[in-house]
Design a protein around this ligand. Sequence first.
Ligand code: COA
Length: 159
Amino acid sequence: MTTPVSGAGDGNGLSIRPAERADLLAVVRIENESFPQPWPYDAFERFLGEPGFLIAVRGGEIAGYAISDVSRTYGRQLGHLKDIAVHPDHRGEGIGTALLRRTLAVLAAHGADSVKLEARRSNEGAKRLYRQFGFEPLRRVPGYYENGEDAIVMIRKLD
Ligand SMILES: CC(C)(COP(=O)(O)OP(=O)(O)OC[C@H]1O[C@@H](n2cnc3c(N)ncnc32)[C@H](O)[C@@H]1OP(=O)(O)O)[C@@H](O)C(=O)NCCC(=O)NCCS
């Protein structure tokens, strides 16, 4: 079922819903346009049915997605944003914000007490988005990405 999103994107036909198999080709296309080392199709397929695999639809078209999950780490329920991307033609329209807002709600509903993510050190746009949501840099992971770039791990608590 598609639920309208309040706030960013409201009134512009933006909705966020769980991913379905029929979405995967469009998701992979956006992934390929968004990352130098994109996830392959089967990596997305594995997350079908997971509540944290979310699709943003605008004007009937898939405009972005996010993937997150919750795992028990050192006795805590840690949410992990694993992937988020918006179609290049739809960036700057509030879709990333809407996906992140819904992701945090899903993770909280599934018991996460905090959420972590990794961002490329050079990805200023993404880091800015995360800071707007209260994520703070925790540490740097040297050479985390295949091209040798460092990752910045960011974290925030959930209420
Ligand atoms: C990061 C990404 C998901 C943001 O999605 P989006 O729909 O464009 O984001 P929004 O329109 O909701 O913008 C939210 C905020 O993100 C920040 N932001 C996003 N892109 C930015 C850019 N290119 N430069 C500076 N800030 C940027 C801004 O702070 C912006 O808030 P503002 O408009 O109030 O300044 C999108 O740019 C994307 O898909 N990038 C490629 C994939 C990627 O890098 N994913 C993140 C991996 S860690």
